[in-house]
Design a protein around this ligand. Structure first.
Ligand code: SF4
Ligand code: SF4
Ligand code: SF4
Length: 226
């Protein structure tokens, strides 16, 4: 079960008698507790929406930065390689098949979709119960994800692209335990736009597509909530 969902979940009506026995509360007290829980959950949802709006421009700017570099050396009629995030299965070949080392493929973050989890499926090892920054609890092999406290109980996760090798482990973890806000993209400030892209050749899910240079990124706009 996802940590953030666990954190925000309201008490199930079916479980109330058990909870009451456990807590030793009266029915009236339970109603008060449930109302407080609803308030807390609603507060959390409101704060999360606020953070999403706050960080939306950051994601756009990060990607537009790469697009700007590309525009300087491309003709309007050109096409470039990109990953369709809905088709990518995070097989790992983006890290190893690119002619560049490290790969031109990086993980990027759609902040608008993120749940800002304390225990993050993209950042933490699935077995850890300790949502902290200890190296042994991190999923990323190169420590390329920076975790920043926002406000209780929310944390922001930023990709350090210089460290990212495009292995996709965090993307897989986020898709499994989060909302799928991390995804893979060819970064056009790095890619040399090979005619015969070595990753496209190796990709098992036909996720590599040609896109017009005027729209070089395929930004994920829907998570599990959609
Ligand atoms: S090779 Fe294809 S499926 Fe594998 S990580 Fe890259 S885009 Fe995704
Ligand atoms: S086009 Fe070339 S540089 Fe770009 S992702 Fe594919 S193999 Fe890497
Ligand atoms: S887990 Fe892999 S894809 Fe994700 S940030 Fe680290 S190196 Fe990049």
């Amino acid at each position: 079960m996802h940590a953030q969902k666990r954190m925000l979940s309201l008490p199930s009506r079916n479980n109330m008698p058990i909870a009451r026995r456990h807590l030793g509360t009266t029915k009236a007290q339970d109603v008060t507790i449930e109302a407080k829980n609803k308030e807390t959950a609603q507060d959390a949802v409101n704060r999360r929406s606020f953070l999403k709006e706050l960080l939306r421009p950051a994601a756009t700017l990060a990607v537009v930065g790469g697009a700007g570099a590309l525009a300087l050396r491309a003709k309007p009629e050109d096409y470039v390689w990109q990953i369709d995030p809905e088709k990518c299965t995070q097989c790992g070949r983006c890290a190893t098949s690119c002619v560049l080392s490290p790969s031109a493929v990086k993980c990027v973050h759609a902040y608008a979709l993120c749940w800002y989890c304390d225990l993050c499926g993209g950042y933490h090892q699935s077995y850890t119960q300790a949502p902290d920054t200890a190296a042994e609890h991190q999923l990323c092999p190169t420590a390329a994800i920076n975790r920043t406290f926002m406000e209780n109980p929310f944390y922001k996760y930023d990709i350090d692209e210089d460290k990212c090798i495009g292995c996709g482990l965090c993307v897989k973890g986020c898709a499994a335990f989060g909302n799928g806000s991390l995804f893979m993209q060819v970064r056009h400030d790095r890619c040399v736009n090979c005619n015969d892209c070595a990753i496209a050749r190796d990709c098992p899910s036909d996720a590599f597509v040609r896109v017009p240079v005027s729209q070089p990124y395929i930004i994920k706009e829907h998570g599990k909530e959609a």
